[in-house]
Design a protein around this ligand. Structure first.
Ligand SMILES: [Zn+2]
Ligand SMILES: [Zn+2]
Length: 279
């Protein structure tokens, strides 16, 4: 069974309002593309920081600018007006674990996608508030990123660890450490093994400057060796991106000996065979 759990019903720009995108017609567009691509299990995971309730977790200026919508309105919309699984993409904010747990625990999500987009106050994948150009070396940024990812995994707050090597998002536009990158992956993979969190295989990296799947084959291989479970997603921000480039993701998974994917319901997880690849 193919899944696409990391979906956004709207693009990231602020002008993409909830009123325009949290509609039955829009959800139907995602469902239609999923159907065409043989994806049976579909869920949405809007960014937590677009909801004003997220300001109880973090007061970063980017979050303050983005927090315009009502989280409970989103949950009610997905549950009552769509047949999609109800998820959320929640950032890991070190030190705010209790507040994140409260925010998530008060709602009946099917799953929570945990992300690291920031190292402290600096963004990995945005030009605004960027960590790049702060004077830190790429070695330091990479090790801090994967240490934070390890903390996110071990926090127990999340079901799925999103885009695990997001730090490579800029491809050759930003410096990258030399040589075998496994030394950076190690703490995160250990945390995956210890926590049992599902590791996301995401095709979004193919649409970024990186031009690669998340995670890199070596990271995936280390996770397989550590006995990890996997979730498959596109991180689509528009209907046409649902299940985008899944052939490549499935090839990587199957080539690494992965035969099953995680399926979630009310934060319970089971494994289902991947099944036939898309024609
Ligand atoms: Zn993300
Ligand atoms: Zn996302």
């Amino acid at each position: 069974m193919l899944t696409d759990y990391h979906l956004h019903l709207r693009p990231d720009d602020l002008s993409a309002t909830a009123a325009d995108h949290f509609t039955q017609a829009n959800a139907e567009r995602y469902r239609t593309v999923a159907g065409e691509r043989g994806i049976a299990e579909l869920g949405v995971s809007e960014h937590v920081y677009r909801f004003h309730q997220a300001l109880s977790v973090w007061q970063h200026p980017f979050w303050r600018e983005q927090a315009t919508d009502d989280l409970d309105g989103y949950c009610a919309f997905v549950r009552e007006q769509t047949d999609l699984r109800l998820g959320i993409e929640a950032d890991f904010v070190p030190g705010a674990e209790d507040r994140i747990a409260n925010l998530l625990g008060e709602r009946d999500f099917d799953y929570v996608v945990g992300s690291v987009h920031f190292i402290r106050d600096h963004a990995i994948d945005m030009d605004d508030y960027s960590v790049w150009g702060t004077g830190r070396s790429c070695e330091e940024i990479w090790s801090r990123y994967f240490q934070t990812l390890a903390e996110a995994a071990k926090s127990g707050l999340f079901d799925i660890l999103a885009h695990p090597d997001l730090v490579k998002v800029w491809g050759s536009e930003r410096p990258r450490p030399e040589g075998d990158l496994r030394r950076y992956y190690e703490p995160a993979v250990e945390a995956v093994a210890e926590s049992g969190i599902a590791v996301e295989v995401s095709t979004a990296g193919l649409r970024k400057r990186a031009g690669e799947l998340y995670p890199a084959p070596a990271f995936l291989e280390m996770c397989v060796e550590a006995g990890a479970a996997f979730a498959l997603s596109s991180d689509a921000h528009r209907p046409a991106e649902v299940g985008a480039d899944y052939e490549q993701a499935i090839e990587l998974l199957e080539g690494s000996g992965v035969r099953e994917l995680c399926v979630f319901e009310r934060r319970e997880r089971r494994l289902e065979p991947i099944g036939a690849a898309i024609a």
